[in-house]
Design a protein around this ligand. Structure first.
Ligand code: ADP
Length: 491
């Protein structure tokens, strides 16, 4: 099969969160299975150029019709960890992708609607005729709409459309003008509430709703989350639409790219190790303490790695920190937020704990350091309020770091409580709590620290059971291929 992924992120060149890991990991898995995959991305000024091999111009002077005129684009080509990537550079006054960061601008809907349009124009004009076009999140949700409404007679009509939602918190709710700018012939028909229109505002459309209506298959990134978005408020207003289209809606657990996340070969950690040489993991703990100037007197390290976003349960992260320090544990955090107020709050916390011998907060994005933390910590917390899939708990499992998570979304699908899970004891791999409040997370932390202190052999067994789990792309890769088959367009 010939698959084109269109996305706003791809690890490691353009990574903000898990979306980037999924685009890169799934693409690699499909290629390993003998399929041809190409990835289309924006050419951000913040691309990690050192991770792109053989960057060269692939298509010069791609004129993309936009908002009554047209914008000249240059399409670049390069290999990212062996995958073929095309990068769209837009030469226009708004400088869509040269903003010093990936997201957070008032015209984000236009920036990414343009990416969707430019990707289709590029495929059309460079005679790419993929079997499958796989789009991701609201940023590229306009592709299925545009392809069906505008490009269906242009040779691209045989492409099967699969759209994956990694987060429902952002849906691309924007002014309907975007549809005119993209050149749709009869946008008024699309603006009604039973199409892409908002239920509340006649001038507003929802790009993700468009993808749900137009894509042949729609997925989200865990079975539990697929249920939550239809039957709880986690669909953020899209529950009814998803339920109506439930025949083509599936939850597929994300995989983890084991070529990147593997303590046996990880170049970013101080000491490589496997389940058989588990004791060597302690060398990384020592290295992390040294780097973060934490005292080394045999306390367990509790870690948090991830975005600092309300979704991640920020009050519970702060509570875990206080609880750890009050209970003879150490706490390490690596995170950055997109909201200035949240960053400021965590910087103040960092400042107040700057000389603490058991605590270190690193505010910022640091891919290499994240590897060392996964390898060094004893416990990793993920107390999310909602979590479509979550990768950090799966990475932790791979590194023999016991995850402690809230029972929600993909966290619920992947972590099974040591004391209470339905699974047999030998298949349990972490700690889980239900209610997103202080007593909830404390109950799990208390049980985890008690096991670590009082029954170290059992804690070690729990960590090794986690390492034995296979959360690679092997199974999800096959699931996506099945979904692509189901998406086949009847001739
Ligand atoms: P989300 O997609 O909501 O951000 P996930 O758990 O699915 O959350 O994916 C998070 C990914 O981003 C993981 O690979 C994690 O290691 C990485 N990550 C998040 N924040 C940081 C950071 N500040 N520094 C390094 N890596 C980070």
């Amino acid at each position: 099969m010939y698959v084109v992924m269109i996305a706003s992120e791809c690890a490691p060149v353009a990574k903000v969160g898990g979306l980037a890991d999924v685009v890169a990991g799934l693409s690699r898995e499909l290629q390993l299975r003998g399929h041809a995959v190409e990835i289309i991305l924006p050419k951000y000024d913040v691309l990690r150029a050192d991770q792109i091999w053989g960057m060269q111009i692939s298509f010069e002077n791609l004129w993309v019709p936009w908002d009554g005129g047209s914008i000249r684009c240059t399409v670049w080509f390069g290999f990212v960890q062996g995958s073929k990537c095309y990068f769209i550079e837009a030469h226009c006054a708004q400088d869509f992708y040269n903003r010093g960061t990936h997201y957070g601008f008032w015209d984000d809907p236009e920036r990414f609607a343009f990416l969707s349009k430019a990707a289709l124009e590029f495929m059309l004009k460079s005679y790419k005729r993929p079997d499958v076009i796989h789009t991701h999140d609201w940023q590229t949700a306009l592709v299925p709409v545009l392809l069906t409404e505008m490009y269906a007679t242009d040779g691209l009509q045989h492409a099967r459309l699969c759209h994956t939602m990694h987060s429902f918190a952002h849906q691309g709710v924007c002014n309907k003008h975007i549809l005119y700018a993209a050149g749709l012939q009869a946008p008024e028909a699309l603006v009604s509430p039973d199409q892409m229109g908002s239920d509340f505002d006649p001038h507003t459309i929802n790009l993700t709703k468009g993808a749900i209506l137009y894509a042949h298959q729609v997925t989200t990134v865990s079975p539990q989350h697929a249920w939550e978005v239809q039957f709880t408020d986690q669909g953020c207003g899209l529950g009814h639409t998803l339920y109506q289209h439930r025949d083509k809606f599936t939850g597929v657990l994300n995989g983890l790219d084991y070529a990147v996340w593997n303590p046996e070969i990880d170049p970013h950690i101080f000491q490589q190790y496997t389940a058989a040489s588990f004791d060597l993991k302690a060398v990384n703990s020592l290295a992390l303490r040294d780097r973060m100037q934490l005292r080394d007197d045999g306390r367990p390290i509790i870690a948090y790695v991830g975005r600092l976003d309300r979704q991640k349960g920020l009050h519970l992260i702060r509570h875990a920190l206080q609880y750890a320090l009050a209970n003879d544990a150490q706490f390490v955090l690596l995170g950055s937020g997109s909201e200035a107020a949240i960053n400021a709050e965590f910087r103040a916390l960092q400042e107040s704990l700057i000389d603490h011998p058991d605590c270190h907060l690193e505010i910022g994005y640091d891919e290499e350091l994240s590897h060392l933390i996964y390898a060094a910590a004893d416990l990793l917390i993920a107390p999310s309020l909602f979590e479509a899939c979550g990768l950090t708990q799966m990475i932790a499992l791979r590194y023999g770091t016991v995850p402690l998570v809230r029972s929600v979304g993909g966290l619920k699908d992947t972590v099974f409580d040591w004391d209470y899970a339905e699974q047999p004891l030998a298949q349990r791999n972490g700690f889980v709590f239900e209610y997103p409040d202080a007593p909830g997370i404390e109950s799990a932390l208390c049980r985890a620290l008690a096991l670590w202190k009082q029954q170290p052999a059992l804690f070690r067994q729990l960590a090794l059971q986690g390492m034995a789990y296979d959360y690679s792309w092997n199974q999800p890769g096959q699931r996506y291929l099945d979904i692509y088959q189901r998406a086949a367009v009847p001739d």
